[in-house]
Design a protein around this ligand. Structure first.
Ligand code: ADP
Ligand code: ZN
Ligand code: ZN
Length: 753
């Protein structure tokens, strides 16, 4: 950034500067820009006479020719910029200031992830509209008495008119979105007089949850666990693992900690890994507390984002449930964080600022001096290591609620029980499904693979259809009638002729996806009602909720699904779970392949027999002796975790060692490779006193091309005590990176692709 007047401030020396108690005449302002600050914490500005500024205030400042909104990061400024070159703060916005806990969190995340502080601040100021005082909203309704037929409306206009016939007035953009038309259609109708504007008052504050509304009658060990969590409220930082088998009532238990926090007048943040979980969670929350929580995730409309951001920042939202980005909301009064399904890798943000929301949630709680509860039936090795070394306390729920038994898990050795040619369900699994249906119960067939088949090849020459932009095969989605790349989203029709040999003999599908399993189920059980659940076969959260309801109301006999069905759902009549390919996650696996497969299969298995009917789980595998399959069959989670931990400890891998990845990417393969090689040569190897630091690579990434960009990877491995960030900063500061090449740093990587 080149800006002559608003100079970057030099690094602060807090301990040397007297704290100004008179009104500051200079301030350092951090701007939400994803570019590195050359030095210091932000840019210096003069405070005009009569403006009273505090740290955290939201201000508008001149930057070059434009104005930007930023946050007062420090009073007093750096003192480095001569008076004559200073510009004035243009205005102080009428918005709730960014609380100190969040400001310290922003700085902490930036320094841990090596992201520019402005890039992290941008996540905390993700809704610029929320920084303006709420204004009345312009909405549209059908003009009463207007003869729309006289306009001879197009089908799109008709959709809008019939949509508005039974909906209260909505903003134009929202009408367009919900009616599935372009904004121009709504505008056209308004100009023709068929719609008229009405002013809606600013959003009302969210309803107040009632902590005493409907407390569950807790079983004795649930009550003990709940008391332990509730006691921590108001007592400063403390991290607790709530470790309980599936169906033990973990949600009911942490609801009591939420109730205690609400009673203390403080805010609560619940992080959930996936939005698919929330319909059921939201219903349970509402039943317990009498209202919906404030939501924060990517499905919200712009208007909802603005209202919810503001409600949180004004302290009016008592409880927020959200995806990982909710960590950066501006809570003035946060009293508790809950991270449900803490082991989920979906908490890792892979784009932009790469961070792990579970780990950062612990930091957020630590900086805010509040308790945090991590919840799981299959805790991550990271969390278990922290329990073992005493940093986290553990609260356990060893039994399912109401005496429901844990399901019996068995392996089917596929070498002995081969399915017929072109089929994927083995005879024992087919028999088990038949028995379940005969008993009037439900079965789930699980395969974590979307589409019809993962690979499509030419019947004449064997050519495999691949994505033009990525190192990836195209996946056939027969329901949608297209081939799709699961990396970049590229789609195309199945070609008439082979692109390699021009034969028109046709293509062969290789291997199964859930759509192919559905086809097999139709052939095997023509009278059974089945449902397919995958992220691409269901529209939005509403469709997912409807599907889950139909399963609960027993309108479905056989459920076929990807990991979307594995999460948190409670189906009382579901007694059989068949895992079509239990080996899937283990092949070609990375560091966490075994851990992740164990967690996923354990969670799927946990769908079976959650009520009075006992459950049974069948794992189809070609490797029944594998430690993951053995651990599942024997039900010995802790032995599995210990064995995994031993392997990792020996290899110096996380959580016992530290990893950081560098991904070097760009359009020009030679240039990317040259930069990667140069970085490899200057890597911090064999440093005096730090001989255990290793740098692997550079090597072409497994996805050597992604979205048209060539990619190389380097991996740094170091013992826990090493300051990896300092090493990386030093290493990268010396590298000359051309503009056409991007170097991305991934601290604690979860993906190695
Ligand atoms: P987990 O999250 O540990 O898998 P849940 O919290 O989903 O378990 O509980 C499983 C089921 O048991 C849910 O339907 C829940 O409502 C019910 N349940 C758990 N504890 C109680 C309780 N104390 N009273 C009534 N129902 C309970
Ligand atoms: Zn061919
Ligand atoms: Zn692709």
């Amino acid at each position: 950034m080149t800006n002559k007047t608003a100079r970057p401030a030099a690094a602060p020396q807090h301990d040397l500067l007297p704290l100004p108690d008179r009104q500051a005449d200079r301030v350092t302002v951090l701007l939400p820009l994803p570019v590195p600050l050359p030095v210091g914490e932000g840019y210096d500005y003069r405070v005009p006479a009569g403006m009273d500024l505090r740290e955290g205030d939201i201000v508008e400042v001149p930057l070059g020719k434009r104005h930007m909104v930023g946050v007062v990061w420090r009073l007093g400024g750096s003192g480095e910029v001569p008076e004559a070159r200073l510009k004035d703060v243009a205005a102080k916005l009428d918005a709730p200031p960014l609380p100190e806990g969040l400001r310290r969190f922003v700085s902490w995340v930036a320094s841990y992830t090596l992201a520019p502080p402005g890039a992290v601040l941008r996540m905390a100021m993700s809704v610029p509209a929320a920084l303006e005082p709420p204004k009345p909203v312009v909405a549209y309704e059908a003009t009463p008495g207007f003869d729309a037929e006289a306009l001879r409306p197009t089908p799109a206009r008709r959709r809008v008119l019939s949509f508005l016939a039974d909906t209260p007035p909505l903003p134009a953009a929202e009408i367009a979105r919900q009616a599935g038309v372009s904004a121009g259609v709504v505008k056209g109708l308004a100009e023709a007089g068929a719609l008229r504007p009405v002013l809606l008052p600013p959003a009302p504050p969210p309803p107040l949850p009632d902590p005493d509304l409907k407390r569950a009658d807790l079983a004795p060990d649930q009550a003990t666990a709940a008391a332990a969590l509730a006691e921590a409220v108001g007592q400063g930082y403390r991290a607790t693992l709530l470790d309980g088998v599936t169906g033990s009532g973990k949600t009911e238990v942490y609801f009591e900690a939420i109730a205690a926090t609400l009673k203390a007048g403080e805010q609560v943040l619940v992080l959930l890994p996936e939005i698919a979980l929330t319909p059921h969670w939201l219903e349970r929350f509402e039943a317990r507390f009498g209202c919906r929580p404030t939501e924060w995730h990517s499905e919200l409309t712009q208007a909802q984002r603005r209202d919810n951001w503001r409600a949180v920042a004004e302290g009016k939202a008592g409880i927020v449930v959200g995806a990982r980005s909710a960590l950066f909301l501006s809570f003035p009064n946060l009293g508790l964080i809950v991270v449900d399904e803490e082991h989920e890798s979906a908490f890792k943000q892979e784009e932009g600022v790469t961070y792990h929301a579970r780990d950062m949630a612990v930091v957020r709680a630590y900086l805010a001096k509040i308790p945090i509860v991590l919840v799981s039936a299959t805790p991550s090795l990271e969390t278990m290591a922290n329990v073992e070394n005493g940093r986290y306390q553990r609260v356990s729920l060893p039994d399912r609620f109401a005496g429901a038994a844990l399901p019996m898990i068995q392996a089917i050795d596929m070498r002995a029980h081969r399915p017929p040619q072109g089929r994927w369900l083995s005879p024992p699994l087919v028999e088990a499904v038949r028995g379940t249906l005969a008993a009037g119960e439900q079965a789930l067939l699980f395969l974590n693979r979307r589409g019809y088949a993962p690979l499509t090849l030419c019947g004449a020459c064997g050519h495999r259809l691949a994505c033009p932009n990525c190192t990836a095969w195209l996946v056939e989605h027969r329901l949608a009638g297209r081939l799709q790349c699961h990396q970049c989203g590229h789609t195309e029709k199945l070609p008439d002729h082979c692109p390699a040999c021009d034969s028109d003999e046709g293509f062969k599908a290789v291997g199964p996806g859930v759509e192919r399993i559905a086809e097999e189920v139709m052939q095997l059980f023509p009278d059974a009602r089945f449902a397919l659940i995958a992220s691409d076969t269901l529209g939005g959260p509403a469709a997912v909720a409807e599907m889950l309801r139909s399963v609960r109301d027993r309108e479905v006999d056989i459920l076929i699904g990807t990991q979307m069905v594995a999460k948190g759902h409670h189906f009382p009549m579901l007694t059989l779970v068949g895992v079509v390919d239990a080996d899937l996650g283990l092949v070609g696996g990375d560091l966490r392949a075994a851990e992740r497969t164990y967690q996923l299969l354990h969670q799927v298995a946990g769908r079976a027999g959650r009520a009075e009917h006992p459950g049974r789980v069948l794992l189809q595998t070609y490797d029944p002796g594998h430690k993951v399959i053995q651990a599942l069959v024997e039900g010995d989670r802790d032995r599995f975790l210990e064995a995994e931990a031993d392997d990792r400890r020996r290899a110096g891998m996380p959580p016992f060692g530290r990893l950081a990845a560098l991904i070097i990417s760009g359009a020009d393969k030679n240039l990317v490779e040259a930069v990667a090689l140069r970085l490899g040569r200057s890597a911090p190897r064999n440093l005096p006193g730090q001989t255990e630091v290793r740098v692997l690579g550079p090597a072409p990434a497994p996805f050597a091309v992604l979205r048209g960009r060539h990619r190389f990877r380097l991996l740094l491995q170091a013992p826990r005590g090493v300051n990896v960030q300092a090493l990386l900063r030093h290493w990268l500061a010396q590298a000359q990176i051309p503009h056409a090449v991007r170097v991305t740093v991934d601290i604690d990587p979860y993906s190695f692709l």
